[in-house]
Design a protein around this ligand. Structure first.
Ligand code: ADP
Ligand code: TRP
Length: 342
């Protein structure tokens, strides 16, 4: 093991396609929404094409801070696997697995806790928000960023595609890796970087705030048409009369643009500026585009739903491949820290 200190991010020194991509989704029970898809999942699919190694997992350990029923967690875990496959993640191109199939992540979590200052965790947005709301907070929620760092670092990941709300977690993972490498004078851990697309970093929800399960302002990818219609028609707009020009800086236009080409966007914005465009029409068109866009994914999801053993087999095979990446990283950490035999 070299004693070189890793201050520079190795991401810059590797050819792009050799960088390891990794991300995860918590199985919390809801169908994925437009924020999850455009903020994260769509990038997962793109990056499995452009990169040799991409790992996407279902963060069942993470869901333990909110879901308190085992059967429910199992159901939710399968649901995320189906969403992944429906969205186009391909087990031949990406390693798809269940977080808990590699309990090694729990060992790395412990190792990292010992290089993580309390102050860092006290500054975590999710923890602070829960404190502000006066919630009953358990240690799992407080330690959540350490488990997430272990997820990322265990596989030597370079790039982590996420929405902007997760950026702080990746900075923390980077910080922990740097501290570990420095303290134990090694380069066992790679310093990861977030991969966040500006255009879709924060997809707005029907009320204009960030689209999020916890705000009840989501538009689901796979909900029934009736429910989707209700969500879309409920998007907040200003009260400009139909005949007047419209301000295109509004949620309804932001969401519509997710499904439009740049030319269609220009045309729509010209119509909005001219006046005579009703919000109802924009919403109707958005609903139609949304249904069309997700239709092939819906069909793929239904197909996999019929084959639970095949889905389980995909996760099992993914875990084996993930293990091959995790074992040398964990071993390097153990060696550097003097844990276990030499
Ligand atoms: P939620 O906020 O609804 O609980 P999750 O925390 O499960 O969503 O997020 C899963 C992934 O989707 C993460 O990478 C997150 O950054 C991304 N994401 C969630 N909501 C949005 C959004 N409104 N805009 C962009 N990305 C999002
Ligand atoms: N915390 C992420 C979320 O709420 C899920 C997650 C867990 C994750 N571990 C990760 C994302 C590792 C990226 C990398 O969405």
């Amino acid at each position: 093991m070299s004693k070189k200190k890793t201050e520079d991010t190795p991401v810059k020194s590797l050819p792009r396609h050799q960088q390891i991509v990794l991300s995860g989704t918590k199985p919390t029970g809801e169908n994925l929404h437009l924020g999850n898809y455009f903020g994260a999942l769509r990038q997962f699919v793109d990056l499995q094409e452009s990169h040799d190694t991409a790992l996407y997992f279902i963060a069942d350990y993470h869901s333990m801070t909110t879901v308190r029923n085992g059967a429910e967690r199992r159901r939710n875990t399968v649901a995320v696997a189906l969403d992944y496959l429906a969205a186009g993640l391909d087990p031949d191109r990406a390693i798809l697995f269940r977080q808990s199939d590699l309990p090694e992540v729990a060992e790395l979590t412990w190792i990292l806790t010992s290089v993580t200052p309390m102050g860092m965790l006290e500054r975590a947005h999710a923890y602070k928000a829960a404190m502000d709301k006066g919630e009953d907070i358990d240690h799992g929620l407080f330690t959540y960023p350490v488990l997430m760092a272990a997820d990322i670092l265990l596989y030597g990941s370079h790039l982590v595609p996420v929405g902007r709300d997760q950026k702080q977690h990746i900075e923390m993972a980077r910080d922990m890796a740097q501290r570990f490498n420095r303290l134990y004078e090694c380069d066992a851990l790679v310093l990861p970087e977030p991969y966040i697309l500006d255009d879709t970093a924060t997809v707005p929800g029907t009320d204009g705030r960030k689209m999020s399960k916890s705000y009840g302002n989501t538009i689901s990818m796979f909900a029934a048409k009736g429910r989707l219609k209700k969500s879309v028609m409920g998007i907040v707009t200003d009260s400009t009369p139909v005949e007047d020009p419209k301000d295109t800086n509004q949620t309804v236009f932001d969401l519509w643009c997710l499904f439009a080409t740049p030319e269609e966007r220009t045309e729509m914005f010209d119509r909005a500026a001219a006046g005579g465009l009703g919000y109802g029409d924009v919403k109707k068109d958005l609903l139609a585009r949304l249904m069309d866009y997700f239709e092939p994914m819906r069909a793929r999801r239904a197909e996999f739903e019929e084959k639970p053993e095949a889905v389980e087999e995909i996760l099992h095979a993914g875990a084996e491949r993930a293990k091959a990446l995790a074992t040398p990283v964990l071993e390097a950490c153990r060696q550097a820290a003097g844990i276990g035999p030499t």
